[in-house]
Design a protein. Sequence first.
Length: 318
Amino acid sequence: MIDILTLTIPFFLIILSGSYARHKNWFDDASGRILAKFAFFVALPPFLFLSIISAPVSSVFDIRFVILYEAGTVIMFLFALIISRKIFMLKIGEGAIFSLNATYPNYGYIGVPLVLLAFGEKAAIPVALILVFDSIVLLGLTSFFSSQNNESSIAKGVSLAILSMFSNPLVPTVLLGLGCLIGGVKLPELPQFVLGILAGAAAPTALFALGITLVGQPIHYSAIKELSFLVCAKLIFHPMVLIILFLFWSSSNNHTIDPMWIKVAVIFSSLPIAANVFALSEFYSSYRGKTASAIVLSTVLSGLTIPCVLFFVSIAFL
């Protein structure tokens, strides 16, 4: 447990330092957005790219890993959709965004920096696979169910899903990195050195910017039951589903999956709700205010839940 705290305390202290700096008005909201864009568009892509091209080619594709992770995603999405319709009586379009809240992790600003600190470059391949396939599955499900509203069409929803995937710089970066790895492309020393400098800024900048953006965000307390479910679904139920799936696979098959890959998968499933969900709620004009509240609450409470998940996976998947 001491090792877990040694990892997570600095992680969340950087987030808190960003919040403190915003509270003291050393940085304003605009500064936070600029830092977040630098981390997301400039620093994180080089880190992922360099990590992927340095991995052994033999470890690139593990279809079992992808199927198990996406099975957990689909189970959670459909479960949340049923709850949204039967318990909270939401419309189908609202239910789609509600379900996205319950399943879409904050890869960019929390997930990648966290596994970078925890496992180093060897985590790049499972991270890459999750980024690509989870984006396809989640955005596809959301566009399909949101298009059931009269106001939107399936074609428009699919086009949004594709645009959303490729407007996220991490997805094309992952595809480029995988292409270079498979094709045996080697970077010259100078560009590799420059990209390495940028990659070193990825984790601290992303976490500091996240801390800035958390200050002053509204909480919709009138919808506390819905928000409570979403926070529990994202931080607790989602990783529980992944843990059960991977433990069941491990106990019933001779073909094992790398324990480090499983740890990355469970950690990613335990992340708070991604800010991208709010952008999608804006596009579909559905569940906007509650989405913003759910993002803030899940991010704050993840400071308590993520260390617990890290501790559990460290002893469950050796």
